[in-house]
Design a protein around this ligand. Structure first.
Ligand code: UD1
Length: 422
């Protein structure tokens, strides 16, 4: 298992390019199951979650080629078994997205329940309730979701009790094939959901209201894409680079940025006192460090609110501010596991329920740390880059799940980062 050794308190300089979005790439790759012809993708990030998705598709019978250097993937969808097995879904909760296109196209699927996740219970009940309302028979047996559709899915009204990103994505798949109209209320408005909706529109799906809380679809036949599908830039990676720039007091230029999708994040960093210049509608972000930073109060919310996937990183930046900052985590319970690790570096963070209270002007000192989940591991990297001395972060497979060669990109900016086998 790899670890990262980082010697921090070093200023970085230069330009860094953001890779394709993980949370868009995964539903896009699963969407290839809707077709019989080859589907091609570009700007695919080099991530373990992409690898896991491709292996899952392969296990179903699909063939694929992945040119990692060029970021190109070709999938020849030849589905022989409509099963997403535990072996893969346990590695990546987004495996639940297999349920969308399998049921939409074939009217049947056998998908493993996602394994326990370190950041809370993360059930899939919303997905299953929605699928039942659309007319499918759904059972859970021996850890697998067994879904079958007697004739055809029937459009209906789906009201999500809470906003769910992958839940909304699965209903987009089903609604695009269902007979008649499907109305999704309390739909997720995340850019990744909008991107999937637009992709389905490009296949001929009739969808209205993308990016709002009410999405309407009318099912019908879809046509396979004729051109390569490009994965847009990752907004969370973009935000993580802003966090790194602030943590290291570095003037960085972030290219291929998803600045237009980061309103709430840019606002929080600017309130703290970081200079962020947006060029080309946020495709380029130029970061200028501040001389001192203000304390802020931030809470995570569904889009367009502040994303839970940036909470851990910004918590580290809060250690730089004058005074006491507050972070409230409203999306997932138990998503403060990085706090215990950050305290090992000297961070003064107290948590009470879903609220973290961060004492500012804290100088961090390097220490050994362990990554617990994807975004938590990014926050440990931010902290190690800020800290004096050397830190070792073990279990960085979590980081490799969702960040495209973060260590190499950091080295190119002058960071003292080494990947070591443990
Ligand atoms: C997606 C993102 C993840 C991000 C999260 C929230 C992908 C692949 N992952 O995860 O990076 O952190 O959105 O923005 O896109 N819930 C239920 N029942 C369900 C589904 C969800 O109770 O059936 C709850 C969850 O426990 C959580 C909340 O709803 O408290 C939101 O979860 P959801 O938006 O579904 O997260 P994911 O789609 O898994």
């Amino acid at each position: 298992m790899d670890a990262l050794r980082i010697t921090g308190n070093k200023r970085l300089a230069g330009r860094v390019q953001v890779s394709g979005s993980k949370n868009t790439a995964l539903p896009f790759l699963f969407a290839s199951l809707l077709f019989d012809q080859e589907v091609a993708f570009e700007n695919v990030p080099r991530l373990w979650d992409v690898e896991t998705t491709l292996k899952l598709l392969q296990e179903m019978g699909c063939e694929y080629q992945w040119d990692k250097e060029q970021g190109r993937v070709r999938i020849l969808p030849r589905v022989r078994q409509k099963t997403a097995s535990y072996d893969w879904v346990k590695k990546m909760r987004a495996g639940i997205l297999a349920l969308g296109p399998l049921v939409a196209k074939f009217g049947e699927a056998r998908v493993s329940l996602p394994g326990g996740c370190a950041i809370g219970a993360r059930p899939v009940n919303f997905h299953l309730e929605a699928l039942k309302r659309l007319g499918a028979q759904v059972e859970v047996e021996e850890g697998y979701i067994l879904a079958s559709v007697p004739s055809r899915l029937k459009g209906c009204s789906i009201v999500f009790p809470e906003v769910s990103v992958t839940g909304t994505e699965n209903v987009l798949f089903w609604g695009a094939f269902a007979e008649g109209e499907t109305v999704i209320e309390n739909a997720a408005q995340e850019p990744e959901v909008v991107a999937l909706g637009k992709l389905l529109q490009s296949f001929g799906a009739r969808i209205e209201g993308l990016g709002t809380s009410v999405v309407k679809l009318v099912g019908g036949p879809l046509r396979a894409p004729q051109q390569s599908i490009s994965i847009p830039s990752d907004r969370i990676e973009t935000g993580t680079w802003i966090s790194i720039a602030m943590a290291t007091q570095s003037a960085l230029e972030i290219t291929h940025a998803a600045g237009a999708e980061l309103g709430s994040v840019l606002k929080a960093f600017r309130q703290m006192g970081l200079g962020i210049e947006e060029q080309e509608q946020g495709r380029i972000l130029k970061i200028t460090p501040g001389e001192s930073y203000e304390a802020v109060a931030v809470e995570t919310e569904p889009y367009p609110g502040f994303p839970t996937d940036m909470q851990a990183q910004v918590l580290v930046n809060m250690c730089q501010s004058q005074g006491v900052s507050h972070m409230r985590e409203n999306i997932f319970e138990n998503r403060f596991m990085h706090v215990a690790e950050l305290r090992r570096l000297g961070a003064r963070i107290e948590t009470e329920g879903n609220l973290a209270r961060v004492e500012g002007l804290t100088r961090l000192k390097g220490a050994p740390m362990m990554a617990t989940d994807l975004r938590a591991s990014a926050s440990l990297v931010v902290a190690a880059l800020m800290a004096e001395g050397t830190s070792t972060i073990s279990r960085i497979y979590h980081l490799d799940r969702g960040y495209d060669r973060l260590d190499l990109k950091l080295q190119n900016l002058g960071a003292d980062v080494t990947r070591v086998a443990q």
